[in-house]
Write a protein of this length. Structure first.
Lengths: 175, 175
DNA sequence: GCATCCATGTAAATCGTTACATGATTCA
DNA sequence: TGAATCATGTAACGATTTACATGGATGC
């Protein structure tokens, strides 16, 4: 899985600009994927050259012009090939967990701070996911709904687990 | 956070070879970090040149010789600088969740297959983490123990959430 | 005899982020 | 007047994976 596969998937539903794609990634995809403009725009150019998508320039009033991309039949075929290929493993990288792991080499209060930052960010993510679910539920496909339900549940559990972890750490601190 | 920070952290406890480091990453770090030999060996060379670590060749009987690396004072200082720097956001990338999200474009049974693969892998991860906890608990630092407890709890919740998700998906399939 | 573990390393390729560069419009 | 939103793009850099290359020892 790479940015190309994700972009093709987003264009399966309807045509979008690079800016729209970035917005989708920041909202509905935030739980399990991300990409910057520095990836999106060059990928769109590359895909257009390869005939997977086509570009239409749209002139807007009161807003800058934009390039809207539409998936071609070849692009749809590419996307299907991705969807039937072997599933890749999840990737998880956590700076906060790494610092917790190495906690013995710094003061416990520093580690507590790290976990509290992590907790705060998790709370924010949960809030965003819940808001998204509330706002977009009617227009979501059934699998998209399951997707966000899984995201919300997992984030809730993380919150709970982290809170317990912080409590345990604070007990150690007192010793 | 990058491979250098993680390697320095591992060497804080005691000297290790590149092979040992890979093994640690595959076991105790498996939940929140990973790196291949193609990263580990060049990073060790680079750090040695920069004076963050030193190399000792160890001749072994019945096994190939190995290079054991020891952290220097400068390396320890580097590591501390990392530990006190701002915490980076977690990164999570999930091919399985992406396919679930785009589930409307393939047969539901394909999506069920994707989630069942995901579930199977999660079960295996959980088993590994539990085994690791059982085997290494006595030699773990308190923060390392919290670290693996968090890993186990989160993986357990994921298992639960995923199982519910698959059930919901199968209800959709029947319609 | 074959798989697995031990052990190290390089080179090419891939993939991606960050910073830079630009600029109009809308709303408070 | 200043922040936020809309909108596109490039160039330099960084990080990492995959595939290649090698080879002895141990255990089944």
């Amino acid at each position: 899985m790479n940015s190309q596969d994700v972009i093709l998937g987003l264009l399966m539903h309807h045509s979008l600009s690079g800016y729209d794609i970035k917005h989708k990634l920041e909202t509905i995809f935030s739980y399990f994927y991300n990409a910057s403009y520095g990836t999106i725009y060059p990928t769109l150019s590359k895909m257009e050259k390869e005939g997977l998508i086509t570009k239409q320039s749209v002139i807007q009033e009161g807003k800058p012009n934009k390039n809207v991309f539409t998936i071609t039949e070849e692009g749809q075929h590419h996307f299907k090939t991705y969807m039937y290929s072997p599933v890749e493993d999840n990737e998880f990288k956590s700076d906060a967990m790494t610092r917790l792991f190495f906690g013995e080499f710094v003061d416990t209060e520093v580690v507590v701070g790290v976990l509290e930052t992590y907790l705060e960010r998790t709370k924010n993510s949960l809030e965003s996911l819940r808001k998204l679910y509330a706002d977009c539920q009617p227009e979501m496909s059934p699998t998209q709904e399951i997707c966000i339900q899984i995201g919300i549940s997992n984030t809730e559990s993380q919150l709970h687990t982290l809170t317990k972890g912080i409590a345990r750490l604070k007990i150690i601190e007192q010793k």
